[in-house]
Design a protein around this ligand. Structure first.
Ligand SMILES: [Zn+2]
Length: 688
């Protein structure tokens, strides 16, 4: 429970003035306006119970003062019902209890006495969600998004909000990281025991957008274009090569700022914070205007060689660091860092018109997530390539992985990107066994639309997608936008209307013309046999036997009657019921592939493939709902539509030449280079 109390009849004031962290080009970090708004005192005392104790002081409360906790956090499009973890809410004025009435799942109303100057609410929040979307507290670490802890005071959202953090002896050596503006304490507060600090937000939106990381943190800073960047890491093991992560993060930030602002301009923020939590398992990030919260696998962090700290002379130089591969966990981490940082421009500032103001009480639908998540997914890997952190081969592998993810999902043929964006709340974020058949990822296919547009624009020689996004940012002044704004800048930069492409690629469901578009840039589209799971139309788990997770629409597995949840136990080959050819005719006795009937226990698809070798059909023995079923299954042939997977190959010939004289758009700074950065006019011998 709380270790101290600040019960008083007058409004508490912040302990001193707010000091914006770093220089600010962003009004969001300006010093707060008067009068003082809500003050939250957050106490980290019951670490083992994972409970934050909160006291909320509301000055000049309304007679019927309403407060509510958000049901979702912007950037993660699912109603998460954070109020499920709020307990013990009570209210008082001058030490006298005030009646509280709960109005709905996340809203309460206090009947404040007439003339009351201060209403005090006290409550606890249970925090044991290790994701970046909610809150966590244990003896090692604290983390929270204010959307999980801080009740919104209706009518006072636009006032400044103050946050106090208090710990105990157990948190004495903890540090705090947040993008909120710190308050320098006055003498009365400076030496308060167990104080972890004071911060201020200009309004509730800024508070809600500012997660807080607490614990024993690895911390370092760098500057890009005069903007202070801080990287903190919790949970890293011994041998963590923080310097390499810091150096690579700085390289990514430089590439992103170069992307949006060219060689000289400063970004639209005065400071930025990366908060990375390393865990045994986990991956993800959430974007904010001045910070991002990230999770990665501890094993994916860069490690010092020899398993220990090295003398500087022995530490590897950048040139000695081995090249990253597409399957390396560290490549994924760098992509994640680039992704969330890119969002500082592309969804936190430039954003769907529906998000002009966030509504914390309900879903907010937009058809534009393909633009904000898809294009960000396209540029995160491309920036790694441009920054020299991955090579062409690695980039093409990452691209092919996304291509195969989309092409192997039947849902792409029935659900458009605009629909997928709008229904993110009920489909993308509510995955079930039928999801691959019913929806398409606006991340993956959205990134392919970005690729297709970029290739088309470059092939027509007037500009690249870089120029389009920069023009869009300028047109909308880094704020709310509509799809019509994108169409307008595409026409302005590309020299013609791209409405047909957007209609077909975003609002339609046909496959994108990527094989041809990639060839215009000299990138070869090759096919090779798909894994057995894809040829059968299955997604499986093999950790505890062979469990079927998904059955793809129109597949051989669906035709056989296999279903999600089945455990594939065995295989019969050569038996009468398995003995039918792919066209349904029974094979003859002198068929060279016929075998003696036999049955086999299987635990992996590799075992299935081994026992089914040479067969036209088999019988799958599966367990379902306590029964055993025999399901005749046609064996895939090379002619099956899903029998292939795509591989992209390093260009074998130069890209098509650029127009003889640059267009005005090119002269104004377009990129006359191909996707991989090769000059379009290069001769074959010039290719790097
Ligand atoms: Zn994203």
């Amino acid at each position: 429970m709380s270790t101290s109390s600040r019960a008083q009849s007058n409004c508490p004031t912040p302990p001193a003035s707010a000091v914006p962290a770093g220089a600010t080009a962003d009004t969001a970090t300006a010093a707060p306006t008067q009068p003082h708004g809500p003050l939250y005192r957050v106490e980290l005392v019951e670490l083992h119970a994972h409970l934050y104790d909160l006291t909320l002081h509301i000055c000049q409360p309304a007679r019927q003062q309403r407060v509510s906790l958000p049901v979702w956090i912007p950037g993660s499009y699912l109603v998460r019902e954070f109020a499920q973890h709020l307990h013990g809410l009570r209210a008082d004025c001058d030490g006298h209890a005030v009646p509280l009435r709960q109005l709905n799942k996340n809203t309460w109303e206090a009947a404040t006495p007439a003339g009351a100057q201060l209403l005090r609410l006290r409550y606890q929040v249970y925090a044991y969600d290790a994701s970046v979307r909610s809150a966590w507290l244990d003896a090692e670490r604290g983390f929270f998004n204010p959307t999980s802890l801080c009740l919104r005071v209706h009518g006072q959202e636009s006032l400044s909000h103050t946050l106090e953090l208090w710990g105990s002896a157990a948190t004495q050596d903890w540090q705090v990281a947040t993008a909120l503006a710190p308050i320098t304490p006055d003498a009365a507060h400076a030496d308060a025991p167990h104080s972890l600090g004071y911060w201020q937000a200009a309004d509730y939106d800024q508070l809600a957008d500012s997660p807080i990381e607490l614990g024993r943190l690895w911390s370092a800073s760098f500057s890009v274009r005069g903007v202070a960047h801080r990287l903190v890491v919790s949970g890293a093991g011994p041998g963590f090569d923080g310097e390499r992560l810091l150096r690579d993060t700085q390289t990514i930030c430089q590439a992103a700022i170069e992307f949006w602002h060219g060689a000289h301009e400063a970004p639209p923020f005065g400071h930025y914070l990366f908060m990375l939590n390393a865990r045994h398992e986990g991956y993800g990030g959430l974007e904010h205007r001045h910070s991002t919260a990230l999770i990665c696998r501890r094993a994916d962090l860069p490690q010092l060689p020899l398993g220990g700290a090295l003398a500087p002379a022995l530490a590897p130089t950048p040139a000695q660091v081995p090249a990253l591969g597409a399957s390396d966990g560290y490549t994924s981490l760098l992509g994640l860092i680039g992704h969330e940082y890119f969002h500082a421009w592309h969804v936190k500032r430039l954003r769907p018109a529906e998000y002009t103001r966030y509504d914390y009480d309900r879903e907010q639908h937009t058809e534009l997530l393909w633009l904000f998540e898809g294009f960000t997914s396209y540029f995160d890997d491309l920036l790694l390539l441009r920054a020299g952190l991955i090579d062409e081969a690695c980039y093409l592998q990452l691209l092919a992985k996304t291509l195969n993810q989309v092409l192997h999902g039947p849902g792409r043929l029935v659900h458009s990107l605009a629909q997928s964006s709008f229904e993110a709340w009920t489909k993308y974020y509510r995955v079930n066994e039928n999801s691959p058949n019913a929806t398409v990822s606006y991340y993956a296919k959205g990134s392919l639309v970005a690729l297709a547009l970029d290739l088309q624009l470059r092939a027509e020689g007037r500009c690249s997608l870089d120029a389009v996004l920069r023009a869009l940012y300028q047109r909308c002044q880094g704020g709310p936008m509509h799809e019509a704004d994108l169409l307008a800048v595409l026409e302005q930069c590309g020299g013609r209307s791209y409405a047909p492409e957007i209609a077909a690629w975003v609002h339609g469901c046909a496959d994108l013309p990527l094989p041809d578009l990639l060839r215009t840039q000299g990138i070869d589209w090759l096919t090779e046999p798909a894994p057995l799971a894809q040829r059968l139309g299955l997604r499986v788990s093999e950790t505890e036997g062979l469990l079927i997770k998904n059955v793809l629409r129109g597949s051989l597995a669906e035709q056989a009657g296999l279903a999600a949840g089945d455990e594939w136990l065995g295989l019969e080959v050569g038996s009468a019921s398995s003995d039918c050819t792919s066209n349904g005719n029974t094979r003859t006795a002198n068929d060279s592939t016929s075998t003696t009937p036999s049955a086999w226990r299987v635990r992996t698809l590799d075992e299935v493939a081994r026992h089914a070798y040479g067969q036209h059909s088999v019988v799958a023995l599966v367990a379902r709902d306590g029964r055993l079923l025999r399901l005749p299954l046609r064996w895939p042939t090379p002619e099956q539509p899903q029998a292939h997977t795509v591989r992209l190959q390093r260009p074998s010939k130069p890209a098509s030449p650029a127009p003889a004289s640059p267009t005005p758009t090119q002269a104004a700074g377009a990129h006359p280079v191909n996707l991989l950065g090769w000059p379009l006019a290069a001769s074959s011998s010039d290719r790097p």
